[in-house]
Design a protein around this ligand. Structure first.
Ligand SMILES: NC(=O)c1ccc[n+]([C@@H]2O[C@H](COP(=O)([O-])OP(=O)(O)OC[C@H]3O[C@@H](n4cnc5c(N)ncnc54)[C@H](O)[C@@H]3O)[C@@H](O)[C@H]2O)c1
Length: 260
């Protein structure tokens, strides 16, 4: 295979969750450039509308990934519109920061409804949509280095949800490998996105410390947060022919935090 084709997605249909902003939006832009037809999924219509105006040819789907009927309907519509699906980048998640001891069970459940239950629903419907095409496929989960270690304070529910997603990545990879479907995850550290900026501002407003291990001297070898495009590049690698024999793996895109 030619060098260029290793990173091309021509003729492939990819869905992207959390497409309206941040990492998901960067993935949509890059995958379209790589030749894919992209189904862009998000709970918020506004971001999708802006993206559809900027990137002609993408198809937007408003869907709350925590709601089973919506997720089922969304993937049915994607198959109806595109005929088949070759893969997905699952980037939708929420990350409200809460002190562990004062967190309520309802707040815990609210986060896990999106990040854990939603991931299960998205992956299940994605596999069901990819499998009948008979061409195999690639699932890339945007998990987090927070699933391995605490990066910032007040992030326990989120870290637990990302540990679940990383583990789900391995379990599903084992189960669907026979269908030629690869399942991998990227583990970002800190990324400059709208969501991250809003979460940090909310922490400060709530009087929560915005520090954590990732800010400690020597813990971030590359010394800066990532741009969304740097996470999207890793997603493209794991989605395309360059990673054809890689499944069940995690790729930390964290500036070296996890090895420091
Ligand atoms: N930004 C970081 O520092 C960072 C670090 C590690 C991992 N991540 C992960 O990367 C992914 C993207 O993060 P981001 O920083 O781009 O976030 P973001 O908040 O900027 O974007 C997330 C998108 O997901 C959508 N979304 C939220 N809940 C949804 C739901 N129920 N159904 C459908 N869509 C929903 C939002 O509307 C938004 O458009 C997330 O999985 C996040 O956990 C981010």
């Amino acid at each position: 295979m030619s060098l260029e084709r290793l990173l091309r997605l021509d003729g492939k249909v990819f869905a992207v969750t959390g497409a309206g902003q941040g990492i998901g939006r960067a993935v949509v832009r890059l995958f379209v450039e790589a030749g894919a037809r992209v189904a862009a999924i998000d709970i918020a219509a506004r971001g999708l509308e802006a993206l559809a105006a900027e990137v002609p040819g993408i198809t937007p789907y408003v869907c709350d990934i925590s709601a089973e009927p919506q997720v089922e309907d969304c993937f049915a519509r994607i198959l109806g519109d595109h005929g088949k699906l070759h893969g997905i980048v699952h980037a939708a998640a929420i990350f409200p920061k809460r002190a562990f001891v004062t967190m309520t069970a309802a707040q815990w459940d609210e986060l896990h409804a999106v990040n854990t239950r939603g991931s299960f629903l998205v992956l299940r419907e994605a596999v069901k949509a990819i499998r009948p095409g008979g061409e195999g496929g690639a699932i890339v989960n945007v998990s987090s280095a927070s699933g391995e270690r605490a990066l910032v304070h007040h992030n326990s529910a989120y870290g637990a949800s990302k540990a679940a997603l990383t583990n789900l990545t391995r379990s599903v990879a084992v189960e669907v490998g026979g269908d030629g479907i690869r399942v991998n995850a990227v583990l970002p550290g800190g990324v400059m996105t709208e969501g991250a900026a809003a979460a940090t501002a909310k922490m400060a407003a709530d009087g929560l410390a915005t520090t954590g291990p990732i800010m400690a001297p020597g813990r971030l070898p590359l010394g800066r947060a990532a741009q969304p495009e740097e996470i999207a590049a890793a997603c493209l690698f794991l989605a395309g022919p360059a990673s054809a024999y890689i499944t069940g793996q995690t790729l930390a895109v964290d500036g070296g935090f996890l090895v420091s």
